[in-house]
Design a protein around this ligand. Sequence first.
Ligand code: TK8
Length: 338
Amino acid sequence: MNTLRRTFVAAALATGMLAAPLASFAQDIKPRLIRFGYGLVENSNQGRAARFFAEQVEKASGGKMRVRTVGAAALGPDTQMQQALIGGAQEMMVGSTATLVGITKEMALWDTPFLFNNSREADAILDGPIGQKVMDRLQEKGLVGLVYWENGFRNLTNSKRPVQKMEDFDGIKLRVMQNNVYLESFKTLGANAVPMPFSELFGALETKTVDGQENPFNTILSSKFFEVQKFLSVTNHVYSPWIVLVSKKWWDELSRDEQKVLLDAARASRDFERKDTREEAGRALAELKAKGMQVNELPASEAARMRAKLASVNAGIAASVGQALWDETQAALAALRR
Ligand code: TK8
């Protein structure tokens, strides 16, 4: 409280003003505190973008809205934070769309193997009407989606052997994100797929509870998986985004101006995050090699074989997200590719 306000409060008390108006005045001057949770460490593309978002919000609101970023799943893994947002115990988070599938089944669309060929296609679909439609389905579940951030194309690491062909998955215990598309996809390839929250992953790799995992180069680097994983196979098997979420319960209490501050800052953070992530991905692979990871590219024939095999999960995804949404997405992608 600044001196002027303190004087006012003191004067109000001295002149015996009623407690009620005093309380509402105090509420007006207290900045809104926004707890913004995320899963990766602070020194990661996710952490940098969270900080950028916080700065934008503080600047645009003139300090009336404050964002406290909390990384490394210190507020809990994705699924726990989602529940905290729904209940109104936490205001914001960023996390994988993959962990939202249990809440909003349409999110499984983004887990479709090889859905996007490149980031241009991902941006166009995610930022377009289809991305918005999927995001809007969250509202009836108590969540407001603001923007998608890039997590990136995912690649495979493990401690057993280079994966050069499908048969190399045999006997590999692979941690997957917690949803059925991932489970089915990697079972289909022959791996022993184990769903597990990201926050438990490093420990599980270290103790060999699991042999491998899959994530973009950026995360393999920032989460130091190179310390516990020898082999990196470049598969680019799926582009699964992150999504910035707000508690709907809390969002509905905000003024239009406050909502606009958050949405504008989220859009700015999206542009910042994608640029930063793409720049980092370019150097992360070289860094992982320098840290001693043995990297292999899949021969084109094997990549095609895996792709064909994984297409068998598509029917299941179409059925769970709805055939109409599936067809609309395929048509939009075909138009982008013309
Ligand atoms: C971070 C996760 C992570 C994701 C995963 O909380 O779980 O593998 O790729 O980025 O959301």
